[in-house]
Design a binder for this molecule. Structure first.
Ligand code: UD1
Length: 417
C-alpha cells in the first residue's frame, strides 16, 4: 500500500480547499459543552475527525455526517472515561478534558497520542485545570480528574503559547464560576474560530487573537450551527506544489490569516493574486532559496509548514536555513528526502538545505502527517516514480489528496498492492 506519484508535471487548474482540521477538532470538543445539538458545515472527511468522532460516541454522543455536515448530539454524554486505545489515536482528544470538566466536573483520560513529532506533554493543560480547582491524580497511565461543583475562574499564565492548552483552558473556563484571564495565550486563527463558535453558543469571551483572553463563565451554553473555515496548512501544501513544480493554480479560500503563507510563497518566487474568496498562486521562475527562516507560534511561520518548506527548498537555486522552534523530532523527514537526492544537513533544531538540480523518484515513508505531505511535494518535483508508504498519516489531515493532486495536474494514484 502506498501513494504512487509520477513526478515532473507542472500544475494548473482550480482547487477548493478543505475545511480546517485544526479548527474542527476543538469545535467537536466544544460541542460537548451543551445538551443541545451542534452542526458543523464543511467538515473534512479525514481520519482525525473519524477518530475524534469515535471518542465522542464512546462517551455517549450521537454523531451524523452527511454532505460534509457533521452534527453532534451530546445530550446523552454521561460517561466521562476516555479509554486508552482511542485516545492514542488522536491527540486532540485531550481537548475533551476541558469540555467534560466544565460540564460534569470530572473526567478520566489516558495519556493522549498523536503524531510522532516530539514529547508533546500536557503539563500546561493540567496546570490550568488545577488552578481552576481540579484535583488530578495519576493512576496507571490515566489521569483521574475531578472538581467539587463548578470549576472556578482565575488568572492563568501559560509558560508558552500552546494552542491546545489555550483551547482547553477556554473550554473549561466557559462554564466556570467567575472570570478567567489567560495570559500568554496562543493567537492562532483556529483559536479565534473556537471563540467565535463558543460565543455563538452563548459564551462570554474577549481578546481572541491576542495574547490575553478573558472568559466570563456562564452557567449554560446552547446549540449552534457553524460554517467551518478553510484549512490554511492544506492550502500551503498545495501552494508549495505550485512553488516546487511550476505552473499556476487558483485556490478557493479566504485570504484572511494567510499573511505568512503568502509571504513565504513570494520568497519562493511565486506571485500570489488575492481576491475575497480565492488566491491564485503562480510560480514565476525557479524556486528561490530562503537565507534564514524559523518556525514559531502564530503569527510566525507555522511549524506545520516546516517539512513542506524543506521539500520545496531542496530544489532551490542556493542555500537555505530553517530553524524549528516549536517541536523536536520534526526533521525526521530529512532522511526520506535524502533518498530522493535532496542535500539537507541538520544539527539539533537547525537544518541547512543546499538546492540540487534534480530530485529522483524513490520509495519513502511518512513519519507523521506533515512529513507525508512533504514527501508528496518532493515526489511531484522529482523525475520518475515515487511510492510514499505509511500514507495513513497523510489521511489523518488531508481529504481526497490523491484526487486533488490529479485535479491540479499531477499523475498520482493509490497503489493498493
Ligand atoms: C497544535 C496543532 C498542531 C500544531 C501545533 C503548533 C491541533 C489539533 N494541532 O498542536 O498541528 O503543530 O499546535 O502550532 O490544533 N507544550 C508543552 N506542554 C503542554 C503543551 C504544549 O510543553 O502542556 C509544548 C509542546 O511540546 C510544543 C509546544 O508547546 O513544543 C507547542 O505545542 P502546542 O501548541 O500545544 O501544540 P498542540 O496543541 O499539540
Amino acid at each position: 500500500m502506498a501513494i504512487e506519484v509520477n513526478g515532473g508535471s507542472h500544475t494548473s487548474g482550480i482547487l477548493k480547499i478543505q475545511g480546517s482540521k485544526n479548527s474542527v477538532l476543538p469545535l467537536m470538543a466544544a460541542s460537548l459543552l451543551t445538551e443541545d445539538g451542534t452542526s458543523i458545515e464543511g467538515c473534512p472527511d479525514i481520519s482525525d475527525v473519524r477518530a475524534m468522532w469515535e471518542v465522542i460516541e464512546a462517551l455517549g454522543g450521537v454523531i451524523t455526517y452527511e454532505e460534509q455536515r457533521l452534527s453532534i448530539d451530546a445530550s446523552g454524554v454521561g460517561k466521562v472515561e476516555i479509554c486508552q486505545d482511542k485516545v492514542r489515536d488522536i491527540r486532540a482528544s485531550v481537548l475533551l478534558m476541558g469540555a467534560c470538566l466544565a460540564r460534569f466536573g470530572q473526567v478520566t483520560i489516558a495519556y493522549p497520542g498523536g503524531c510522532s513529532i516530539g514529547k508533546r506533554p500536557i503539563d500546561f493543560h493540567l496546570q490550568a485545570f488545577r488552578a481552576m480547582g481540579v484535583t488530578i491524580e495519576e493512576e496507571q497511565e490515566r489521569l483521574v480528574c475531578h472538581c467539587d461543583g463548578r470549576l472556578r475562574g482565575c488568572d492563568i499564565r501559560l509558560p508558552f503559547p500552546s494552542v491546545g492548552a489555550t483551547e482547553n483552558t477556554i473550554l473549561a473556563a466557559s462554564l466556570a464560576e467567575g472570570d478567567t484571564t489567560l495570559y500568554n495565550a496562543a493567537r492562532e486563527p483556529e483559536i479565534v474560530e473556537l471563540v467565535c463558535f463558543l460565543r455563538r453558543m452563548g459564551a462570554k469571551i474577549k481578546g481572541e487573537g491576542t495574547a490575553c483572553i478573558h472568559v466570563q463563565g456562564v452557567s449554560k451554553l446552547n446549540g449552534v450551527s457553524w460554517k467551518l473555515s478553510e484549512d490554511r496548512i492544506a492550502f500551503l501544501t498545495y501552494a508549495m506544489m505550485v512553488a516546487g513544480c511550476g505552473g499556476e493554480v487558483s485556490f478557493q479560500i479566504s485570504p484572511q490569516y494567510l499573511n505568512k503563507e503568502l509571504w513565504i510563497l513570494d520568497k519562493l518566487g511565486c506571485q500570489c493574486s488575492v481576491g475575497n474568496d480565492h488566491i491564485t498562486v503562480k510560480q514565476m521562475g525557479s524556486v528561490r532559496p530562503i537565507h534564514y527562516i524559523r518556525t514559531g507560534p502564530y503569527p510566525e511561520y507555522p511549524t506545520d509548514g516546516q517539512s513542506l518548506l524543506l521539500a520545496v527548498l531542496s530544489k532551490a537555486h542556493g542555500v537555505s536555513n530553517v530553524e524549528e522552534m516549536v517541536f523536536e523530532n520534526r526533521f525526521r523527514v530529512v532522511s526520506q528526502l535524502q533518498q530522493m537526492g535532496a542535500n539537507i544537513d541538520y544539527v539539533s533544531n537547525r537544518a541547512q538545505v543546499t538546492g540540487v538540480t534534480l530530485l529522483h523518484g524513490a520509495d519513502v515513508s511518512a513519519t507523521d502527517l506533515r512529513s507525508g505531505a512533504a514527501l508528496l511535494i518532493a515526489a511531484a518535483m522529482a523525475e520518475g516514480v515515487s511510492h510514499i508508504h505509511k500514507e495513513h498519516y497523510i489521511y489523518r489531515g488531508y481529504e481526497a489528496i490523491v484526487e486533488n493532486m490529479i485535479q491540479i495536474g499531477f499523475c498520482v494514484r493509490r497503489n493498493e498492492d
